[in-house]
Design a protein around this ligand. Structure first.
Ligand code: GLV
Length: 314
């Protein structure tokens, strides 16, 4: 079956994606755009879009579009584009980001409990001052969002002998999770956690769910880790909550607005780690391989991997 033209759009890697697709033997016609102007010219002829952060206003020009494959996990920008036809299929990458994101989270957690900054500083100063470090074993982690990323976090937390609770939209059982909570039980969920990790998708139902009330229910000294989307958390509430010591610190890879404003107080707050959305990068070859497999399924009219439920928002 002729699938028509695939428009590949990415501000940095579009040509590398096209090259990877050719190497994978993808025979569809490829159009490549690096910027909104080029995309505007090419989108009217596109049947399929493989893209990251495609300019939302251009969906209205995509008259032939039948399928959008997002290059990442989060599709909130695609689903909220007013011009996206209701019949267009949307797929996102699944089962690729869990290992990277979990390693990011545990790198940050271990650095804190083992006080790595301090040991490095002692070494630089040639000082021999032994101390008893804390440990992860026996601590309780709560994972909000139990998709492929959340489940990988749960698995690794168990390997570190942590207790693990989970919160998900359905509240349904996930492997290795002690206690399950649904979206109406945030306050109970966070009350006993040492670490709360957010991996939820951004949807109308999750926007701003971590607000002053939820943050105020966290334990003093606990840690918030956000590797999902910045807008899950009300950032102003977070700044006030950190000032008040609940939670006691935060590891933030995502923000309401990215890049984070240089004037944001978060850059310099004690106990806050800011990183530039690096925890789960899309790797060109892996994402291209995911798309190639999905394209083969599309040709055979088989179910697509990572098909988004547009009503649920992920
Ligand atoms: C990155 O944030 C992604 O959604 O893949």
């Amino acid at each position: 079956m002729d699938v028509g033209t695939v428009l590949v759009y990415d501000r940095r890697e579009a040509e590398a994606y096209a090259q990877a697709l050719r190497e994978l033997g993808v025979s569809a016609r490829l159009a490549v755009a690096f910027d909104p102007e080029a995309a505007r010219a090419l989108v009217p002829e596109a049947d399929i879009l493989l893209a990251w952060r495609f300019p939302p206003e251009l969906y209205a020009l995509a008259r032939r579009l039948r399928w959008v494959q997002c290059m990442g996990a989060g599709v909130e920008d695609i689903l909220s584009a007013p011009g996206l036809g209701p019949e267009v299929l949307v797929t996102r990458v699944v089962d690729q980001f869990g290992p990277s994101i979990a390693e990011y989270v545990f790198a940050e957690l271990l650095a804190r409990v083992r006080r790595l900054d301090e040991t490095r500083a002692l070494q630089r100063a040639r000082l021999w001052r032994p101390f008893v470090a804390d440990r992860l074993a026996g601590r309780r982690m709560g994972v909000a969002g139990l998709g492929s990323i959340g489940r990988e976090l749960v698995r690794k937390a168990r390997a570190f002998d942590m207790a693990v609770d989970g919160l998900s939209r359905t509240g349904s059982h996930a492997h290795l999770v002690d206690r399950h909570f649904g979206p109406d039980a945030w306050l109970e969920f966070v009350a006993e956690l040492d670490v709360l990790v957010l991996t939820l998708p951004l949807t109308p139902a999750t926007r701003g769910v971590v607000d002053a009330q939820v943050l105020g229910a966290m334990r003093p000294g606990s840690l918030l880790v956000n590797v999902g989307r910045g807008a899950l958390v009300r950032e102003e509430d977070l700044v006030r909550a950190l000032d008040a010591g609940r939670p006691g610190g935060a590891v933030l890879d995502v923000f309401e607005r990215e890049p984070l404003d240089p004037a944001s107080p978060l850059w310099e707050m004690p106990g806050v780690t800011v990183t530039p959305h690096v925890s789960g990068p899309s790797r060109t070859r892996e994402v291209a391989a995911f798309f190639a497999e999905n394209l083969a399924r599309y040709r055979r009219s088989q179910p697509l991997m990572g098909l988004v439920d547009r009503a649920a928002g992920y």
